[in-house]
Design a protein around this ligand. Structure first.
Ligand SMILES: CC(C)(COP(=O)(O)OP(=O)(O)OC[C@H]1O[C@@H](n2cnc3c(N)ncnc32)[C@H](O)[C@@H]1OP(=O)(O)O)[C@@H](O)C(=O)NCCC(=O)NCCS
Length: 467
């Protein structure tokens, strides 16, 4: 069985072939450019238990397990980037190596020296700030994304952001309304472009840096290739500078100057019958439906004693667990209790989190979480929605990680998710094969704006999930 279509998803997420259970597709996705391949799968699997740099470690370079060698993006044969070559990002031609300074590329200016007026737009358009609390505006954003955001090549799945999801994704503690930026047609007030940032703290090695996490860049299909995207990016950058934020983190499927790391989505079928029916997967010649169903069958009940849904009272203990866990990675989210409450406390059909409470005590030993994003299925008589779960953070101190995530698969299936996706970051390698995830074809690049890391990281060095 094989995924036949790219799943439209936030930040260019895609489904792809599982090496073991899924077969080549009749409608293949274009192969990733060769220069995006950092390292081979065999290497990836060998690193199932990666050694990691501990924050506070005084070594001057990261553990070699975290570095991709040689440079995965040598300057030769890479496309020119009229816009990105003018920006404070590590350029392909810079290469890699200890001679490059790690840290901010440009120093901040005083905030009152930041350009006060928005960038110019073509005469027919105007800037708008999208108030996500306003139901009408929020619906306009949902519609713009539904019709113009990442879609699969065959246009059979259309990502469907709910208002609840957008509010969760865009309104974390301390968010700035001014970073939810739209462009409207002056005459009709139609929303035609969108970009967002949310504030976050990201630790790079030992430095905790205030950043904007940039997401949901979208230009209406009819306005493509007119260089509007760079204006959107510059305007968001200007508004971030006005809040004294000078760095940003973002991800994407497009190879731009220059990824700090490149990772891959893996996919675990929860509902093979439906995935085949909607032509999301295709059965290979030696695979029957009953075999596929059997192969992906999960236990009815969770296995781990004390496994339960996260509650508000768990926030302090989970924050502690998570901070300890994330301190292992070269780059990681720096989350406090308010962040944990926002990002991880369950919200129906948006985010799910489970803890393991040691029986007979109040001690929380393990934690797992995922968020939910659905797509509309077009032109299918039996099904209209494809529901996907995306792994967030999984921390295991007592329960084996694969058992913990298997329990997450069971609850995700009970909540009618059709597929469970996970990036090969953090310690996720340790459960992907074991739990019958299949690797996707496409890559997701992680980028930092105005912060140079003078080497390419391997995906297990990332302790950061960007939506
Ligand atoms: C992504 C999107 C906004 C780009 O718009 P566009 O009209 O194709 O591109 P424009 O002519 O406005 O601008 C081109 C510049 O933007 C850059 N760019 C395009 N997509 C980008 C992205 N996702 N992130 C950062 N920069 C991007 C290009 O690299 C190019 O700059 P360069 O010359 O330095 O390489 C548009 O294709 C779109 O809405 N796609 C669907 C949603 C989507 O894929 N969003 C990104 C999710 S990863």
């Amino acid at each position: 069985m094989k995924a036949t279509h790219m799943l439209p998803g936030a930040r260019c997420q895609q489904l792809a072939t599982s090496r073991s259970q899924l077969r080549p597709s009749a409608i293949p996705s274009p192969p990733p450019p060769p220069q995006t391949l950092i390292y081979r799968l065999s290497t990836q699997l060998r690193s199932a238990a990666p050694r990691v740099v501990v924050a506070g470690n005084d070594s001057s370079s990261p553990d070699e397990e975290q570095i991709s060698n040689p440079d995965p993006h040598p300057a030769t044969a890479l496309a020119q980037h009229r816009f990105w070559e003018t920006q404070p990002v590590r350029q392909f031609k810079d290469g890699l190596g200890p001679s490059l300074v790690e840290g901010p590329i440009e120093q901040p200016t005083p905030v009152d020296a930041v350009k006060q007026e928005p960038y110019n737009l073509p005469a027919l358009y105007e800037w708008t700030t999208c108030d996500m609390d306003d139901d009408r505006t929020c619906a306009e954003v949902c519609n713009l994304l539904r019709d113009n955001y990442v879609v699969n090549e065959a246009s059979t799945f259309r990502l469907s952001f709910s208002k609840e999801f957008l509010r969760w994704a865009l309104c974390p503690p301390g968010y700035f309304k001014s970073w939810h930026i739209g462009v409207r047609v002056k005459a009709t007030q139609k929303l035609v472009s969108f970009i967002t940032g949310v504030p976050s703290r990201i630790r790079v090695r030992r430095e905790v840096v205030r950043m904007a996490e940039v997401n949901l860049l979208c230009v209406h299909k009819k306005l493509r290739s007119k260089r509007l995207a760079p204006v959107m990016i510059k305007e968001l950058t200007r508004r971030a500078h006005l809040e004294n934020v000078w760095q940003a983190a973002y991800t994407g499927g497009l190879l731009l100057p220059t990824p700090i790391a490149t990772c891959r989505y893996w996919h675990r079928s929860l509902n093979p019958k439906k995935l085949v029916d909607v032509r999301f997967y295709r059965l290979g010649p030696r695979m029957t439906m009953s075999r596929a169903v059997k192969l992906h069958r999960l236990p009815e009940a969770i296995v781990t004693l004390g496994f339960r849904k996260m509650e508000l009272a768990d926030v302090p203990a989970i924050t502690k667990l998570l901070r300890g866990f994330l301190s292992q990675f070269f780059i990681a989210a720096d989350l406090d209790e308010k962040d944990v409450e926002h990002w991880l406390l369950p919200v129906e059909n948006v985010v799910d989190s489970y803890v393991v409470q040691k029986p007979g005590t109040n001690e929380l030993t393990d934690f797992c979480s995922f968020y939910t994003l659905s797509s509309s299925i077009l032109n299918n008589q039996n099904h209209s929605v494809l529901k996907a779960a995306y792994s967030l953070y999984n921390v295991s101190t007592k329960t084996p990680l694969h058992q913990l995530v298997n329990d997450a698969l069971i609850v995700a299936k009970k909540e009618d998710h059709d597929v469970f996706n996970a990036l090969d970051i953090m310690h996720n390698h340790a459960f992907l094969d074991k739990l019958k995830f299949g690797p996707g074809d496409w890559r997701r690049h992680y980028y930092l704006y105005n912060y140079r890391i003078p080497f390419a990281l391997r995906s297990p060095a990332l302790g950061l999930v960007l939506l």
